[in-house]
Design a binder for this molecule. Structure first.
Ligand code: PLP
Length: 393
């Protein structure tokens, strides 16, 4: 077995069909979409066709799509855009959001905004009643992700969105990881703002979008020309936008692959590991999860050591969100779920994709079994516990 890629929540390979759609705009069709001559009109036409396609894929109107430089920028535009437009007030989010939301909320708190970080239960789920209780007269925004990048847990967003809608509070949803794995429809989610990113769905890096429902007013982060209805100045990256729209189209057309083939592979990997290795915690077990993500804690071993073993055997996985890698603290998501620091330190995230095979999953399970047993043979806590630790939750 040469290489096995099981880190699709970090990023995905570029689909050759996406590359093919982008190619003309990286060569002969190089115009600036703001120019009035032939080249400009050609770029503008591709840009607006991509906007219409992207909008259709999430049940939006073309003028509700703002192309951005990726998921992080979309989250920033939503949060800072509302906050700066309102000037002051209270924001509600959860403690398991991606850093693009969490750290933006922290920055807004430093600027004088008041922020409530809602807790989650042991599975990582936000309680809609907690959202209701947290709402104040000065609440200006609620931001809850559709699915978590570390655990794959799906949050009760339609319910939370409805609570926000009924109270007239703008609702932002980070759907970066959910897109392409579960249906994403802005109307059923009651979203006023929704973030997307291309590189999580086999599209290019550095391109994303923010859905902005008609009637929602935002201040731009980047000022300059009148691009993107004044919400995101700068010459549009037409090739990336065309690729993103094509990736969205494929993601929606091929959604079923995730719910059949990829789900089957994930179940196989999990059952194989749970049957073959003692002391595994399957985080968010029993809750509604994305079909391709598996987040598992291995008692008495360091995730980094397991990842090193896997890497030597050509298997790529992650110890949490790619952005947290390199930081020594345990993941904020697992901590918020009440997972002990010991289990959090031994947690690996596998995120499968549509190109993975049964052979790859079987091979990964075998390599993991060997790696974990070798590491535990030299693990003091494991030996001390008499090699019989039973862990739940
Ligand atoms: N939101 C979530 C849930 C993510 O998982 C990520 C990336 O990991 C982002 C936002 C940021 O997206 P991007 O990498 O396009 O900036």
């Amino acid at each position: 077995m040469s290489k096995v890629y099981l880190d699709h929540n970090a990023t995905t390979p570029l689909d050759p069909r996406v590359l093919a759609a982008m190619q003309p705009f990286l060569s002969e069709a190089f115009g600036n979409a703001s120019s009035h001559h032939y080249y400009g009109r050609q770029a503008r036409q591709a840009l607006e066709a991509s906007r219409a396609l992207a909008a259709k894929m999430i049940g939006a109107e073309p003028d509700e799509i703002v192309f951005t430089g990726g998921g992080t920028e979309s989250d920033n535009l939503a949060l800072r855009g509302i906050a700066h437009h309102k000037g002051s007030g209270h924001i509600i989010t959860s403690s398991v959001e991606h850093h693009a939301v969490l750290r933006t909320c922290n920055a807004l708190a430093e600027d004088g905004f008041s922020v409530t970080f809602l807790p989650v239960d042991r599975r990582g789920v936000v309680d809609p009643d907690e959202v209701k209780r947290a709402i104040r007269r000065d609440t200006i925004l609620i931001s809850i992700m559709l699915a978590n990048n570390e655990t794959g847990i799906i949050e009760p967003v339609p319910e939370i969105g409805l609570i926000a809608r009924e109270r007239g509070i703008p609702f932002h949803c980070d759907a970066v990881q959910a897109m392409g794995k579960i249906p994403v429809d802005v109307a059923s989610l009651h979203a006023d703002l929704l973030s997307l990113s291309a590189h999580k769905i086999y599209g290019p890096k550095g391109i994303g979008a923010l859905f902005v429902k008609r009637g929602t007013t935002l201040s731009p982060l980047i000022t300059g020309g009148h691009h993107e209805r004044g919400l995101r100045a700068g010459t549009e990256n037409v090739a990336a936008i065309v690729g993103f729209a094509r990736a969205l189209e494929l993601a929606v057309d091929e959604l079923d692959i995730y719910n059949t083939q990829v789900l089957h592979l994930r179940s196989k990997l999990e059952s194989n590991l749970l049957a073959g290795i003692e002391g595994i915690t399957l985080h968010s077990d029993g809750a509604e999860r994305l079909p391709h993500t598996s987040c598992m804690g291995f008692a008495s071993v360091e995730a980094e050591s397991i990842l090193l073993h896997l890497d030597l055997k050509g298997i790529a996985a992650s110890s949490g969100s790619a952005c947290t890698t390199g930081e020594s603290e345990p993941s904020h998501v697992l901590t918020a779920m009440g997972v002990s620091p010991e289990i959090a330190q031994g947690t690996i995230r596998f995120s499968l994709g549509r190109e993975n095979t049964e052979e790859e999953v079987d091979y990964t399970a075998e390599v993991l079994k060997t790696a974990v047993s070798q590491l535990r043979a030299i693990s003091f806590p494991w030996q001390e516990a008499g090699t019989r630790i039973s862990i739940t939750g």
